[in-house]
Ligand binder design. Structure first.
Ligand SMILES: C[S@@+](CC[C@H](N)C(=O)[O-])C[C@H]1O[C@@H](n2cnc3c(N)ncnc32)[C@H](O)[C@@H]1O
Length: 271
């Protein structure tokens, strides 16, 4: 009698575990939030604990071992390969990276600003397209990410073109004119926390950092989305907006980038 009870409990536990695993598998397959939560919170923390290092450190290790020093393309390819095959990370990625490249080429900036450096992937994409005597300033508030980005940008051979400014965007933007000798910005890539897109765009305008024809490009317009920014920029007559549909980095999930050109007609009249 007792044996039957134990058997029933064991079978129930076994069936229950299988059902939980199937449900988890289906959830991870079909739900992007669950997939990112699983990768970023569960798997990443377990791997960090086991290896006693962060994912960003592992990205740096992969670049140090596999990329060709002084070759930005090989650093970009190495990060894309690592993040698509081993561990997802929040770089703009190869697909949206191609859109970023096109917009940077269109802007042909003398001074460019990036909000959100992370490991330096997009900074490398932007800086490799910059002409001589031009520069990219990139803002990052996480000291570990800033220092990893510095090393990766050094491996790419682009340290002379890129200055990492460590701190909060809202604190650094007002210092750009005096402390970093920026007159106006030709190109701004917004890729930090999404709720800062709108207030930082307004701050850039208030600080007189946007000129006629300045080009803004914002990532993650659909996933995770930046509704406040989209509402602000599309309803603002000073900006001409274009949407570039794409996919979230290293995933088959819809995303888009938004380009906003400040006073484009007025800029054309200057030439
Ligand atoms: C999506 S990642 C940037 C990815 C990077 N642009 C790339 O494509 O390689 C966002 C980064 O912005 C940083 N960040 C978020 N809010 C910020 C803020 N207000 N000021 C400075 N850095 C910020 C985060 O620490 C994170 O590293």
């Amino acid at each position: 009698m007792l044996e039957n009870w134990i058997l029933t409990i064991l079978v129930s536990l076994g069936v229950g575990s299988i059902l939980v695993m199937v449900a988890l598998f289906m959830l991870l397959k079909n739900n992007v939030h669950a997939k990112i939560f699983w990768n970023e919170i569960v798997l990443e923390n377990i791997t960090n604990f086991v290896m006693d290092q962060s994912k960003e450190q592992r990205i740096l290790n992969s670049v140090s071992y596999n990329a060709v020093k002084g070759d930005p393309e090989s650093v970009i390819n190495c990060i894309d390969k690592y993040c698509s095959q081993y561990e997802w990370a929040m770089n703009v990625g190869d697909e949206k990276g191609t859109i970023l490249d096109k917009v940077v080429e269109e802007a042909d900036p003398s001074v460019a600003l990036e909000l959100g450096t992370y490991c330096g992937y997009s900074a490398i994409r932007i800086a490799r397209l910059l002409k001589p005597n031009t520069r990219l300033l990139t803002i990052e508030f996480n000291p570990e990410f800033a220092s990893i980005a510095k090393e990766i940008i050094e491996i790419a051979g682009l340290s002379e073109k890129v200055t990492i400014l460590e701190g909060h965007s809202e604190d650094i933007i007002p210092q750009l004119k005096k402390k970093y000798e920026v007159e106006t910005l030709d190109f701004v890539f917004l890729d930090h926390w999404k709720e800062r897109y709108a207030p930082d765009t307004i701050l850039l305008e208030e600080c007189g950092l946007l000129r006629k024809g300045s080009i803004l490009l914002a990532d993650n317009i659909i996933y995770p989305g930046a509704p406040e920014f989209i509402k602000y920029i599309r309803s603002n007559k000073r900006f001409e907006c274009t949407s570039y549909p794409s996919h979230l980095e290293y995933m088959k999930v819809e995303d888009a980038m938004e380009k906003a050109v400040k006073d484009p007609g007025a800029a054309a009249m200057l030439f």
